[in-house]
Write a new protein. Structure first.
Length: 330
């Protein structure tokens, strides 16, 4: 079974509730219909003005039967959601009046539905930017206990079967944090380890990459990775990791034997943590194009509850796949 089929099957089994805050977009409406028809979601809520969603569905010939349409301004939950938002943000200067206005933004409303348990996951990004999605998620849902950083990962598939799990690996962070600090890099590694367990179904073996191996070069960027390793050791994380390692050292046992013979990751690496967004984004795209590998994502990670971002150019199939992956984590 391929990755997409596995995630759909897992989502069907999980039977979770999804909220889509960009409910007036025709791609989102069509994806909602597929998600319900294929039972990938137990329920789907589209957010937006009822008349606008109904008109778009009618124009596209899409039946809304069984799909929840929610207009935040007219919802019975408005007072409860506004009060909760105020409590979450009052230390940032939020007023009750402000909270009542701002919570009607569909991204914030979706995040609040997830936060309060009225939905299990939300997916957005065909109209809103990644930063918009992140801000809503961080302000209301927050990060996993013990972490301060939301990040992203790609699942790379169809590579040489000697690497990762039969040619599948997690690459992180390739889309969110431009220049992570050492603490953020440690957070990213922890989040990616969980992603590895959820997506690949195997225990994570994590390599934190650099242009240096075990101090072979001296530079602030190298020291950052070394410090991240020290942070992971201090946290006593429950997965195997090592760094700083050059990419070939992390992946090729014969190279590792020469440069870091005592490393615990020999021949086992299934998660690559890039030191910054430049290297991560370039790295995954090079592998995708030169090796003709599958590149699924970016999937957000590090949130307390499942949140996913979409490309603004996403197709209906892309949306359905991302929703299935997100629901599989719920």
């Amino acid at each position: 079974m391929d990755f997409i089929s596995e995630m759909k099957a897992k989502a069907i089994s999980a039977s979770k509730r999804l909220v889509l805050p960009e409910g007036t977009d025709k791609r989102i409406i069509r994806a909602a219909r597929i998600l319900m028809d294929e039972k990938i979601a137990a329920s789907v809520s589209l957010l937006g003005r009822l008349a606008d969603i109904q008109e778009e569905a009618r124009t596209e010939g899409i039946d809304l039967k069984g799909i929840n349409v929610v207009s935040p301004e007219a919802e019975a939950n408005l007072s409860k959601y506004a009060q909760t938002f105020y409590e979450l943000r009052k230390n940032k200067g939020m007023t009750p009046e402000q909270a009542r206005i701002e919570i009607t933004d569909t991204l914030r409303w979706a995040a609040m539905m997830v936060h309060l348990g009225d939905a299990d996951a939300f997916v957005a990004g065909v109209e809103k930017t990644t930063s918009d999605v992140l801000r809503a998620g961080l302000a209301i849902i927050g990060t996993q206990q013990g972490l301060k950083t939301a990040s992203s990962c790609f699942l790379m598939t169809d590579m040489d079967s000697q690497f990762g799990k039969e040619g599948a690996m997690i690459f992180t962070d390739c889309a969110v944090v431009p220049d992570p600090t050492a603490e953020q890099l440690a957070d990213i590694a922890q989040s990616a380890a969980l992603s590895c367990r959820e997506y690949l179904g195997v225990e994570p073996v994590v390599a934190l990459l650099s242009f240096s191996t075990k101090g072979s070069a001296k530079h602030d960027d190298v020291m950052k990775v070394q410090t991240a390793i020290d942070i992971l050791k201090a946290r006593k994380v429950d997965f195997i990791f090592d760094g700083e390692l050059q990419a070939d050292t992390a992946l090729i046992p014969s190279v590792l034997d020469k440069k870091a013979p005592d490393s615990p990751v020999r021949g086992k690496v299934n998660v690559l943590v890039f030191p910054d967004l430049n290297s991560g984004n370039i790295g995954y795209k090079l592998v995708q194009r030169l090796a003709k590998a599958g590149a699924y994502g970016p999937f957000l990670q590090g949130f307390a509850k499942p949140v996913s971002d979409l490309s603004r150019g996403a197709s209906v199939d892309d949306i359905v796949t991302t929703c299935a992956v997100t629901l599989s984590r719920a």
